[in-house]
Design a protein around this ligand. Structure first.
Ligand code: SAM
Length: 689
């Protein structure tokens, strides 16, 4: 079926892709910049001479004083020649000390997967074909922002940053050990070599970081020197007389705005974390940390994992879209793409994965007005077709397999997942590095010299470690209260789900969201539809109630008016009184949501250590408890926040490049509510002076 496609209007949500073009001598080139991607005398040989040897690799991996990650920053991913050559060199260096290679590469005009594959196969030696194949297999949905691609079981990680270098550099967070400057020649593309870019690169350079580039242009040398690099000419590649090498040695003290990180967590630096709460948030963190070689103690008050909101039979995953590319939209896009990768990784062994299915998902407008708004939005936002496309009412009905009232958005990679099954799969993959403490309620956290103690109601220590991650939804508040710090405001929102059975001849092809959601439960002989969910504030009733069922049935009839009558002890007349006994199944769960509906994610603010200053306050200035982090208030979107939370916290604890833009992370910081409150009261005070 051909769906209506958005026009390619430039916006913050879309990228202008690179065009496949060749010079008469066969060299791939860019018509936009009127420059070739690589030396005609050999792309891979140039990569090796200029960038790999220019940064003294692989010798530095072998003689590294640390076993931590080695981080390379590249300006201009292009065809990924430097990336592939570096990855191949890494593979060939068996006696390296660094355990992980991170390459963070910035690209404004990425190629499509097919063009990339074709161009690379055209220029690369055949020995690199398996690497090209893997790169193309993982090539992401081409949306602006950061995309994490993992190779060789996570030993080689590519963070592809799609967008303009000027906008992206301030959004990145890491300290690079080596820098590849490769943004076309400075006279063809001066934007890539400005003083501002060089300063942005300096902000991401570790002490003594090295750099290499083929250009020796005077203006570039000057900007690099002014940014704190010492540079020197070296022998260039083939016909080029010289190239530039250098290292970061500023003569002034660098003031970095560090990631918002907990203060130093004692002397031990043991890679051991206590994770409190075994729902999707805690299980994802436990999984990601143990995969990186951490020891994890998972503490849960119930006898097993996934007993609260993560215990629902099925959840849906999809990004949120807003016309203004809001932080919620950008964060949800990042979370959605990370979640897809995580789900795929969890299912690598099975062909038919019972944990999730990217069936595609439809967002149906609530009324005519919203339908036309969504349609217009889609044209303006111009997302790639494998991410989101607008659909008319007829197209949506065809996709759903039953008439829907309006058109809306189609997310081809959205779908359903079983949160509880995901939790169990993650815990079982965590292996022996995970120790579970089920049926143990943490009543208090205490800090002792360089470790946290998780203490039960009787005052007994359940477990101890230098790092604690609160992933226990509503219960995080009481632990924070005992620590005497500000408690980010959260709300408990009751959700009731209703399952109805239909004859097997009725099927819903993919999940729908609109006012509520409907999804067909997998693996049942009849057609069973899960309908939800009520959104009940100030209602702590654990029992299913009639009113919520009626609300769900109203959602069902509105979204799928012609689907047919349910089959339970005979057909139910949806318009008459409903007897809850006749329902197939029902579930009640409680969402924990923050006031702005974004998750609470990051290091915990230590209010007592804070001294307000005249200069005001910023998230970076707020002191944090040593080693104490939170990942909670995932609301109705646990499936997309859980992977984002886990990847972010693990990257921060490991000193890896952060996988998400800094502006998004600031919007998720648990201290944001304190800061807003503080600024609000300061402005009232100064107004009354
Ligand atoms: N390093 C690449 C490789 O190994 O294949 C070759 C890079 S190519 C010479 C330069 C790249 O910089 C192009 O892909 C181009 O799209 C990208 N670029 C140019 N201007 C940019 C900008 N302002 N922001 C980000 N990327 C840019």
């Amino acid at each position: 079926m051909t769906l209506s496609t958005p026009q390619n209007t430039p916006s913050t949500t879309s990228l202008t892709l690179a065009k496949r073009a060749f010079r008469t001598n066969g060299a791939p080139y860019s018509p936009v910049f009127d420059d070739i991607y690589h030396s005609v005398e050999g792309a891979f040989e140039q990569a090796e001479h200029v960038f790999i040897h220019g940064n003294d690799l692989p010798a530095r991996w072998i003689h590294s004083s640390s076993t931590g990650p080695f981080i390379i920053l590249e300006t201009g991913f292009g065809l990924g020649v430097n990336f592939l050559a570096t990855w191949a060199a890494w593979r060939q260096t068996s006696n390296r000390r660094n355990t992980r290679l991170h390459i963070v590469s910035i690209e404004k005009h990425p190629f499509t997967r097919d063009d990339l594959r074709e161009l690379l196969l055209h220029i690369a030696p055949s020995s690199l074909r398996p690497l090209i194949h893997e790169l193309c297999q993982q090539w992401p949905v081409l949306t602006p922002g950061l995309h994490r691609l993992e190779f060789d079981a996570g030993q080689v990680v590519l963070t592809l940053c799609l967008g303009d270098i000027h906008a992206l550099l301030p959004q990145l967070q890491f300290q690079a050990h080596a820098i590849y400057l490769d943004g076309f020649s400075p006279d063809k593309n001066p934007e890539m070599w400005t003083a501002k870019v060089c300063n942005g690169i300096a902000c991401l350079a570790a002490k003594q970081a090295t750099l290499a580039t083929y250009t020796v242009a005077g203006a570039v040398r000057k900007s690099l020197i002014q940014a704190g690099f010492e540079v020197y000419k070296a022998l260039g590649f083939k016909k080029k007389r010289s190239m530039l090498m250098g290292h970061f040695a500023p003569k002034w003290k660098i003031r970095r705005s560090n990631p918002i990180k907990s203060s130093s967590y004692g002397q031990s630096h043991k890679r051991h974390a206590l994770v409190i709460g075994a729902g999707l948030a805690g299980c994802s963190i436990s999984h990601v940390l143990t995969q990186r070689g951490w020891e994890v103690s998972l503490l849960e008050q119930h006898g097993r994992a996934a007993q609260h909101a993560s215990g629902i039979s099925l959840g849906l995953f999809h990004p949120v879209i807003t016309l203004d590319a809001s932080l919620l939209a950008r964060a949800s896009r990042a979370g959605f793409l990370l979640a897809l990768q995580h789900f795929k990784k969890l299912c690598t062994v099975q062909t038919e994965c019972p944990l999730y299915k990217a069936t595609g998902l439809l967002k149906i407008a609530k009324n005519e007005e919203e339908a036309s708004l969504l349609y217009t939005q889609c044209h303006q936002l111009a997302f790639p077709e494998d991410f989101a496309v607008p659909v008319t009412q007829q197209e949506a009905s065809l996709l759903a397999g039953s008439a829907v009232p309006y058109g809306g958005w189609y997310f081809p990679q959205g779908g359903w997942a079983c949160p509880a099954a995901l939790c169990h799969a993650q815990l079982s993959q965590a292996g022996p590095a995970l120790k579970t403490y089920f049926g143990q309620q943490v009543a208090q956290l205490t800090w002792n010299t360089d470790e946290w103690h998780a203490v039960d109601v009787a005052g007994r220590i359940i477990a101890h470690a230098p790092i604690v991650i609160l992933a226990n939804a509503q219960n995080a508040s009481s632990l924070l209260a005992l620590l005497g710090t500000h408690i980010p405001p959260t709300q408990t929102i009751r959700g009731q789900l209703t399952t109805l059975r239909f004859p097997a001849s009725h099927t819903l092809h993919l999940p729908l969201i609109g006012d509520g959601h409907i999804a067909q439960l997998p693996h049942s002989t009849h057609t069973e539809l899960l309908i939800g969910a009520s959104y009940d504030r100030d209602n702590l009733n654990r029992q299913p109630d009639l009113q919520s069922h009626q609300g769900n049935l109203a959602r069902f009839t509105k979204l799928l008016p012609n689907f047919g009558d349910p089959l339970i002890h005979g057909a139910i007349d949806l318009k008459t009184d409903l007897n809850p006994d006749t329902l197939l199944h029902e579930q009640v769960a409680f969402r924990c949501a923050s006031r702005d509906r974004l998750p609470l994610l990051g290091a915990i603010f230590q209010e007592k250590a804070w001294q307000p200053t005249e200069a005001g306050a910023h998230l970076n200035d707020l002191p944090r408890f040593p080693g104490l982090y939170g990942a909670w208030a995932y609301g109705s979107r646990g499936l997309i926040w859980a992977s984002l939370g886990a990847e972010y916290l693990a990257a921060q604890l490991e000193g890896e490049p952060l996988p998400i833009e800094r502006s998004i992370l600031a919007a998720l910081d648990p201290a944001r509510f304190f800061l807003r409150q503080f600024r609000h009261s300061s402005s009232i005070q100064s107004a009354s002076k």
